[in-house]
Design a protein around this ligand. Structure first.
Ligand SMILES: [Zn+2]
Length: 90
């Protein structure tokens, strides 16, 4: 019964790889945190495939977070709040 959501204006926000725990200024554009998180993961995979030292180091830092499910969850929701507070670009 909550079909009102569809009527909302599509808000596009921009967040960088660095802001999502990565290592570069590559920007991802999306209307939801899940959307940009998926793009950043894909970007990270590409960088790992190229053996990019900066991204591998960033991933190393993230590993300690991933090893602690609670910390990872906290970090993710923190990033999501950060993303939701970003100004819309459209
Ligand atoms: Zn990057």
């Amino acid at each position: 019964m909550q079909s009102r959501e569809i009527d909302r204006v599509r808000e596009m926000k921009k967040i960088t790889c660095k802001e999502l725990g990565g290592a570069c200024e590559q920007a991802f554009l999306g209307d939801s945190f899940a959307d940009v998180a998926r793009q950043s993961r894909q970007h990270a995979m590409e960088m790992f495939a190229k053996n990019d030292t900066h991204h591998l180091k960033a991933a190393e830092r993230m590993k300690t977070l991933i090893a602690t499910p609670m910390a990872m969850e906290e970090w993710m929701s923190e990033r999501e709040i950060y993303f939701n507070n970003l100004p819309d670009v459209s």
